[in-house]
Design a protein around this ligand. Structure first.
Ligand SMILES: [Zn+2]
Length: 266
């Protein structure tokens, strides 16, 4: 559930996009944005964090870890720190590290600076105004998130979460590791609960990776109860891909319009 703070963070990013005249993905250049905001970017050795905003009197510095070699991760980290800066978050001691990609888990009433910075970064790097139409499509699979990742220079995780957020269809991004669900990012119309910590079901495609080390990279029909707590004997659509390097699976689930009435509200 989106809090008012998250919406404010997105609104702030939209304001910056407008101010910098962004109307094409190639206009989204986070380092020149930082310079225009009077922020210095320096590469340093950072243990346990990708980047950190340091406020020192009137000076603002974004320290970026020299260990980040992936341009998409670097872009997201800088955008995340720009979020902390633009949203006026308090400067924190170095022991409190930033956590890009952590999905919001807080209650709607709690303020979550990390979730706000991530929402800001997602809006800045993948503006709704440029992406909305591409996300209002059917059928749903990982094809559009892949295109977004390429065109907007973001990771497939970031683009898949963003796609679900803007999607008009009932769909959800699900991230699994060690055979268990780590987080779920549902579309606004996906009202079905998939609990964190849920075991990846044998009937799912994601299970193939944890059992056999491989997945067929294509959308396929799977029984709804492979992912949802339902007794309805209907199929939903799953497209899963794995990262062998990280031992994780990213899944896009899609509940087609004709299937939804049979599932009811779970
Ligand atoms: Zn942070």
């Amino acid at each position: 559930m989106k809090t008012a703070w998250i919406r404010d963070a997105q609104r702030c990013a939209k304001g910056l996009l407008h101010r910098f005249g962004v109307c094409d993905p190639t206009h989204i250049v986070v380092e020149p944005f930082a310079v225009r905001l009077g922020i210095e970017i320096v590469e340093v050795r950072l243990d346990g964090a990708a980047a950190q905003l340091v406020l020192n009197g009137k000076r603002a510095i974004i320290m970026v870890s020299d260990r980040i070699t992936d341009p998409a991760a670097r872009r997201f980290s800088i955008a995340h720190e720009l979020g902390h800066f633009m949203l006026g978050h308090p400067s924190r001691p170095p022991a409190e590290l930033c956590t890009p990609f952590r999905h919001a888990t807080g209650h709607a009433t709690e303020r979550d600076y990390e979730a706000e910075a991530n929402a800001f970064a997602a809006e800045l790097l993948m503006p709704a105004v440029l992406l909305q139409r591409a996300c209002e499509i059917s059928p749903v699979d990982l094809a559009v998130p892949r295109t977004i990742a390429r065109r907007y220079e973001v990771s497939i995780l970031a683009s898949t979460i963003r796609f679900a957020e803007l999607a008009s269809e009932r769909c959800a991004a699900v991230f699994s590791a060690a055979g268990k669900v780590k987080w779920v990012a549902p579309s606004p119309t996906f009202t079905y609960a998939i609990g964190r910590g849920r075991r990846v079901d044998r009937a799912s495609l994601a299970w193939d990776y944890f059992a056999r080390g491989d997945i067929a990279d294509e959308p396929q029909a799977v029984p709804a109860d492979a992912w949802l707590d339902t007794s309805a004997e209907v199929d939903i659509v799953e497209h899963s891909i794995c990262s062998r390097e990280l031992g994780t699976v990213l899944t896009m689930l899609w509940i087609p319009e004709r299937v939804a009435p049979k599932l009811g509200e779970i």
